[in-house]
Design a protein around this ligand. Sequence first.
Ligand code: AKG
Ligand code: FE2
Length: 316
Amino acid sequence: MNNLILQNEKTVFSTERVETRTLVTSREFESYTRPGGKPVVIRGWMDNWRALSIWNFQFFKTRYGDDQLKIEYGVKKHKSVLATNMTDYLDYITSFEKNSTLHRLQQQLGTTAPFYCTSYKPFADHPELWSDFHIPPFVADWWPLLDDSFTKNHFPFNQGWVLISGEGAVSSIHVDSHHTITWLAQIQGKKACYLFAPEDSEAVYDGDVDPIHPDIEKHPRILEAKCHFCILHPGDMLFLPPDWWHHVVSLVNSITISCNFVNHTNFGLYIRAAYGSQLPDYLAMLPSKPLAKPEITASGEVEPLSTPMRPIQDHT
Ligand SMILES: O=C(O)CCC(=O)C(=O)O
Ligand SMILES: [Fe+2]
């Protein structure tokens, strides 16, 4: 354990480096990502992703410059959203002179934190992007196997975001919804990830604290939290088990693919959270044939799935 985060030259809380692995078996992977597991960075898996060599700011500007985006500024309850397009957003991120349209707007608004687009889900409109990456087979996502009656109506958000961010952009501390497992695949740039276990929820005040500059008088229990820390570089995939708090800072301009998934380790948690008290009604509606399931071998391993994750229509 090393002390990493200093405030007034004192350690604010203890930190532990997230483990980095190059190879994992399905069973090892599951022991990291299942509820109660620990984050892990898997390095090397993305080496043959075309995205790693061809996705950059110019790529998105040339191909998808007219895409409409929503960009955010402010934190949590004080968050505001603005509409823009890919060209203006990329001009803003890449302008050295800081004189783009959005820089001028930022000045008018009097906000210093960078605008960040965290809601770009290009895969339904641009399915060609799917062929630029391959989700590792050990992810064994159940989502493509679920019945349409489920996926059409009730997955509360789509899988598959492309997060394009400028230096200093922050995804402030939160957990992803419905107990899903998260992966972040770093394509360009570097991100610092500050992660806290679900057991530390009280110590991080259920996300109501700035973990980098905490107000110790207001949030003294942050001193009890343990921060799991990593820096993502291009080619790194970070996996977060369900309910892990994460605060992510773009250290330089970045592109990241982000996805949430369910498998046999968290599906029960997920479906209860998704349906709540309506779960029995939903189950009664299901067709009588059983849903397809991944093969589980005698040793308990989930067989890799050949089905690629598919783009989902937006129902939110
Ligand atoms: O890369 C980031 O800014 C964080 C993204 C995130 O929290 C997510 O996709 O769940
Ligand atoms: Fe998240």
